[in-house]
Design a protein around this ligand. Structure first.
Ligand code: TEU
Length: 571
């Protein structure tokens, strides 16, 4: 495997606090419900800080908690400086920030500025008064001969254009749901309002932001039609609005006016950025400290938002994508590594293709694979106890707008209802949004009442935190050990700042090296067959009780994963 490494960059690897963090992502609606309304809340997070601190994480990313009609569970913000009632109050948030700080845990929030909610005061004014300055905070356009201004399809299905009531032939633009109108970044006043809001939050003492959908803020100003790419006669909005020329001006300004002024962390959600542009995003003067790369997260579908185009991927494909990603990021800057998030299915169900191993062995193997990559690891709630996808039978059981859209689009593309349901079960964003499984009880200990806003996954008897925290060989305990090894052992320097180098292995094994003062090798067998590896050294972490040696080689059992200190004791 050919790897081009920027040696100078690696030698001068700069130390930064955000490179050393272990981040835990919280979907607040589903984490812990402290007041019995069936919806998780901020106090619920504060009450579970011991659990998080015992796990060893050092930073929390909390998905949107701002005032919102909750059409997209908070990614539709009606007041950027308000807290959504069911999540609690600003006092609750301040209390959480303080309590977390005592435990050495920082907090980052979600910054959603590609769009707002249609219930935001700006949009309401824009709608009711077409002469108001707020009209230009959004994107309004006249239709063409009774049709919308163009043929773009929104990410959640249907046209990106929604007719404006009581105004003939007038539409507003939305990349996502129609209740999420896009903000018009071309307007300098709007941009200043956004920067002021960001700085207001940073002054409050949060450690930074994860920045939502940020590659969508620049739209091709011709607003021209694009080639039809589906049976609905539309063309994905991505072609003309994702990472488009001109975005560099907005992103550079955003960085200059906000993040750069603070000792904060900025993590961009940046799908659609080609590797040859990573320098601009995460290079020395990059717009962000790090970005999420989705190239391998979406390995099971041809296009992240079209779940009916499933692929038949092999471990070798994942390996190639992963190495390509790591190499590109290493050449430019720093990455944010993840197995799961609130938009993805559960990793055990996605990456472990033999169901027999969608268990503690499989979960630890995947943990090992991602956790020691170069970059800051992000653990998504429930991943550390091996939560899996559900199997729903009716589309009625879904809350996620994208699941409902993909179900109907699959049928429109010619698939049966059964096939459509199968696609949605595999990919639904609800898979990672079900209530956290705290214990084996009927509501999994998620809420003080028996209510839950979303149906449980249902396997809390086998998979729950109460069982795992007290069991030394559990997935949770294994994650504790991984965090310990990365952040608090003599291998810290190698595992955080060390160089990433791919290793030559059998197709089904992913192997890589992290080298700093010491050198560690990570091997993960992603198949249900035994695989031979060549490695010499002390085993530091293993998801099986032992590692078989045979004629100077080592044999990995199905889905076995090991971390080895290269060369043994004298290295
Ligand atoms: O998601 C943006 C988005 O487009 C993702 O669906 C992305 O394309 C995909 O993950 C790549 O595989 C963000 C939020 O994470 C999501 O929850 C929101 O629904 C969306 O923005 C709108 O705010």
């Amino acid at each position: 495997m050919e790897t081009v490494l920027n040696k100078e960059k690696i030698l001068s690897e700069e130390q930064s606090f955000w490179k050393e963090e272990v981040v835990y992502q919280i979907y607040p609606k589903s984490f812990y419900d402290s007041d019995g309304d069936g919806i998780g809340d901020i106090k619920g997070i504060t009450q579970k800080l011991d659990y998080l601190s015992n796990l060893g994480v050092t930073m929390l990313w909390i998905c949107p908690i701002f005032t919102s009609p909750m059409v997209d569970n908070g990614y539709d913000i009606a007041d950027y400086k308000g807290i959504q009632v069911e999540f609690g109050t600003m006092e609750d948030l301040t209390e959480l920030i303080e309590a977390a700080k005592i435990k050495g845990i920082k907090l980052i929030l979600d910054l959603v500025v590609n769009h707002s909610s249609d219930e935001h005061a700006w949009f309401q004014t824009a709608l009711t008064d077409s002469n108001s300055p707020y009209r230009d905070y959004y994107i309004f356009k006249s239709g063409e001969a009774g049709n919308p201004p163009n043929n773009w399809r929104s990410i959640f299905g249907g046209s990106v254009w929604e007719p404006v009531q009581n105004e003939e032939n007038m539409y507003y633009f939305h990349t996502f749901d129609k209740k999420q109108p896009d903000l018009n970044w071309e307007n300098p006043e709007l941009r200043q309002e956004i920067y002021e809001m960001i700085n207001w939050w940073l002054e409050k003492g949060i450690a930074g932001f994860r920045i939502d959908s940020i590659t969508f803020i620049k739209k091709d100003q011709d607003y021209g039609n694009a080639p039809i790419d589906g049976n609905d006669g539309l063309s994905s909005v991505k072609h003309k609005t994702r990472n488009r020329p001109g975005i560099e001006t907005f992103l550079a300004e955003l960085n200059r006016e906000t993040f750069q002024k603070y000792e904060c962390v900025s993590v961009g959600e940046a799908p659609g950025v080609p590797y040859d542009q990573y320098d601009q995003y995460i290079g020395e003067d990059g717009y962000f400290n790090m970005i999420f790369d989705f190239h391998y997260a979406d390995i099971d579908v041809e296009n992240g938002s079209e779940w009916f185009r499933r692929t038949n991927w092999e471990p070798q494909d994942l390996k190639e994508l992963l190495f390509k990603s790591q190499t590109a990021i290493q050449n430019s800057g720093w990455g944010a590594n993840f197995l799961e998030n609130h938009d993805q299915p559960r990793s055990l169900s996605k990456y472990i293709t033999d169901e027999t191993y969608q268990n503690e062995i499989g979960a630890k193997a995947l943990g090992t694979l991602f956790f020691f990559l170069r970059g800051t690891p992000f653990i998504y709630q429930g991943q550390e106890i091996g939560m899996k996808n559900f199997q729903r039978e009716s589309i009625e059981d879904f809350n996620d707008v994208s699941s409902i859209d993909n179900y109907h689009r699959s049928i429109m593309e010619g698939f049966s209802e059964e096939e459509a349901m199968n696609f949605v079960n595999h990919r639904s964003r609800d898979n990672t949004r079900t209530p956290f499984q705290w214990d084996a009880s009927e509501n999994a200990g998620f809420s003080k009442s028996n209510k839950t806003w979303l149906k449980l996954t249902g396997d809390q008897i086998e998979v729950n935190a109460a069982d795992q925290v007290q069991r030394p060989e559990s997935i949770y305990s294994y994650y504790q050990q991984m965090i310990q090894l990365r952040n608090r052992s003599v291998y810290r320097n190698a595992l955080i700042y060390g160089q990433f180098t791919p290793l030559e292995t059998a197709d089904a094994v992913i192997g890589y090296e992290r080298s700093g003062e010491k050198t560690l090798q990570i091997f993960v067998n992603l198949s249900n067959q035994e695989q031979i590896i060549e490695a010499v050294g002390e085993v530091l972490l293993n998801n099986y009780p032992e590692l078989t040696e045979q004629n100077h080689a080592k044999i990995l059992k199905p889905y076995q994963a090991v971390v080895i200190r290269k060369g043994g004791n004298h290295d």
